[in-house]
Write a protein that binds this ligand. Sequence first.
Ligand code: RBF
Length: 163
Amino acid sequence: MATALKNLSDYDPSKIPSAENWSFGIVVAEWNEEITSALCEGAVSTLVANGAKRENIKIHAVPGSFELPLGARWLADHSDADAVICLGCVIQGETRHFEFICNSVAQGLIDLSISCSKPFIFGVLTTDNIDQARERSGGKHGNKGDEAAITAIKMLALKKRLV
Ligand code: RBF
């Protein structure tokens, strides 16, 4: 999977199940909008490239990454989304906000995944600077939004086999 040296958008399309029968929610943070909109474009185009119907993808914005878990919960509770992809970009600053935000979002999304028995995908870039974020949202390290979409599809396929 993703490493600093691997293009995040590398995957073998023949190994990805079709997403045609599933609905997806995407919650995208408005902070660092240049980055998060690129993540969102990557996620949508990857879902569609793997069979999802565009009308079965619902996109909603939240102010910042900290709001992703609650936005995702509302979307899951009030839509037919089988999986919710959460996209954000938190850039390391000089305050401890970075850690508070990253840890809260990660904990919030895993708690939702377990309690709702549904994939809530952590598509949040946590980088030292804006250049690293650009490299991972359509730059030389691919697009983390693509990887979030593939993860959602793979988890739904696993759920179909197991649950
Ligand atoms: N939200 C992000 O999505 N990315 C950030 O890099 C980010 N940095 C923040 C830095 C500070 C000092 C503060 C106060 C907020 C930041 N936020 C960021 C917004 C945060 O996710 C949330 O929207 C606000 O804290 C309101 O709950």
